[in-house]
Design a protein around this ligand. Structure first.
Ligand code: PNW
Length: 475
């Protein structure tokens, strides 16, 4: 029996990118340096020493890219503003040329019938702010609020949704605890401070945006929520590992933002490191602003158990105990290899994890509207003799995850849209240009854009609202 999966008219189909991953033009138009310029130019930090200096050259090719977005039939485009492009030092002077770039982009999207969904911070912190302590410094949160206010004034009512931060988990824990992302610091206390200052930055920015634009402004936050599975579902200690991992990865953001509190157990487990005095009186009212929509980025699941004690503990991404761990206060949580299949990132493919995540969010926060702000997969794409990219595994990945989202909607979860990551192959952070997530291929020698089969398939979905067959990839 085959059923047809359809979505309502108002459901948003979009695709997403981020400034440092696509723009290039790192020293043009008055842009200041960001922590990712510094990090990617530090030997050994990215695969093959790749940097975002040129990336997809989107800064010069944005009109062509808007045309692709339009031709794909997308209702919305999620992109980020490079803070150092509009305010080179992160505080003080703004750069009119940088603001004008985003203003033109927004106008072109609206002209093309595409809703602009803006992210104010997708990891490219102005280097000057990092030099003053970065996210471990409370002042960065106030600087972010001033930057957010200015963007609200400049772009105002033209923006459909204002997303303050993308994946603060990555900013705090990959940036300051494991150090695999910029600024590359390995310091657990700095990471916990960063968590709080990011939450504070979100709340302050939400207040500023609403102060400028009124309650009509749609404000959101995008989190990469982790789905943890117990290695043995009948083991109390494995379930305890799930709880600890969930607290450090998810509740650290969901708690202060949606409930106005950090998990008490996490505070207790990290008391040997810090007394959390960086959380000041009144902060948790600021972090706890209503969210018009919660953005969820979903890629994979993780399986955990409580470490039994012998030998070196297995960690996510294969990193060793001796290196900085992002799982602060969860030292006895061990990551168990997954059954696969895997993407080129080594991430386990498990669409049911998306359904489960959405159901559990709905159970905890029944009135909170949700949006999938990223979902997608890296695969080793091949250009065929016919010039096409038959990325059938990506098509299957997208199809299965959209279906998983549909199943959550069937059970009453209020998911309002879906954004495929990514519109274009791009600078995949520590993995440089080696890992391709785009539904559109980018040839890094010529900057030529080529629609992969997944782009044709996604156009069909976006223009019909009905889930196409995986074979439905005709131009
Ligand atoms: C997200 N992890 O990054 C980002 O929002 C995108 O910029 C990125 O390109 C995309 O997902 C694919 O990686 C993540 O290690 C990076 O768990 C790392 C992790 C999660 C998300």
């Amino acid at each position: 029996m085959s059923t047809t999966r359809t979505f309502p008219d108002g459901f948003v189909w979009g695709s997403a990118t981020a400034s440092y991953q696509i723009e290039g033009a790192a020293t043009e138009g008055g842009r200041g340096p960001s922590i990712w310029d510094t990090f990617s130019h530090t030997p050994g930090k990215t695969l093959n020493g790749d940097t975002g200096d040129v990336a997809d050259d989107h800064y010069h090719r944005w009109q062509e890219d808007v045309a692709h977005i339009k031709n794909l039939g997308l209702g919305a485009y999620r992109f980020s503003i490079a803070w150092p492009r509009v305010q080179p030092g992160g505080s003080g002077e703004f750069n009119e040329e940088g603001i004008a770039f985003y203003s033109r982009l927004v106008d072109a999207l609206i002209e093309a019938g595409v809703k602009p969904v803006v992210t104010l911070y997708h990891w490219d912190l102005p280097q000057e702010l990092e030099d003053a302590g970065g996210w471990a410094n409370r002042e960065t949160a106030y600087a972010f609020a001033r930057y957010a206010r200015r963007m609200a004034q400049e772009l105002g009512g033209r923006i459909d949704t204002w997303t303050t931060l993308n994946e603060p988990w990555c900013s705090a824990f990959l940036g300051y605890a494991s150090g695999v992302h910029a600024p590359g610091i390995v310091d657990a206390v700095a990471a916990l401070k960063a968590v709080h200052h990011l939450n504070l930055a979100h709340g302050l920015a939400a207040q500023e945006i609403r102060d400028v634009l009124g309650e009509a402004a749609k404000v959101s936050l995008t989190l990469n929520l982790h789905v943890f599975r117990p290695d043995d579902p009948s083991s109390a200690s494995d379930l305890d590992a799930v709880r600890k991992a969930d607290e450090i990865a998810n509740r650290t953001f969901l708690g202060p933002v949606l409930e106005g509190a950090y998990p008490a157990d996490l505070i207790a487990r990290t008391s040997g490191l810090t007394d959390w005095s960086f959380v000041q009186h009144g902060d948790l009212e600021i972090t706890n602003q209503p969210l018009d929509v919660l953005g969820v980025n979903y890629y994979s699941t993780a399986r955990v158990r409580t470490y039994a004690g012998a030998g070196e503990r297995q960690q996510a991404d294969g990193h060793k105990d001796s290196e900085g761990s992002p799982w602060i206060g969860a030292d006895d949580v061990e990551f168990v290899p997954q059954p696969g299949p895997y993407t080129a990132m080594g991430w386990n493919i498990e669409p049911a994890g998306l359904t489960d995540l959405l159901l559990s969010l709905h159970e905890t926060y029944p009135d909170q509207p949700l949006m999938i702000t990223e979902n997608g997969a890296a695969f080793d794409d091949v250009v065929s003799d016919d010039g096409r990219v038959h990325d059938d595994r990506r098509v299957a990945y997208l199809r299965d995850h959209v279906e998983a989202l549909g199943q959550a909607r069937d059970k009453g979860v209020d998911v309002r849209g879906y954004f495929a990551w990514s519109l274009l192959d791009n600078f995949e952070w520590a993995y440089g240009y080696d890992r391709r997530f785009g539904i559109i291929r980018v040839d890094y020698d010529t900057q030529m854009r080529t629609w992969k089969d997944s782009a044709y398939w996604y156009r069909k979905l976006a223009t019909t609202g009905t889930l196409p067959a995986v074979t439905d990839v005709e131009p």
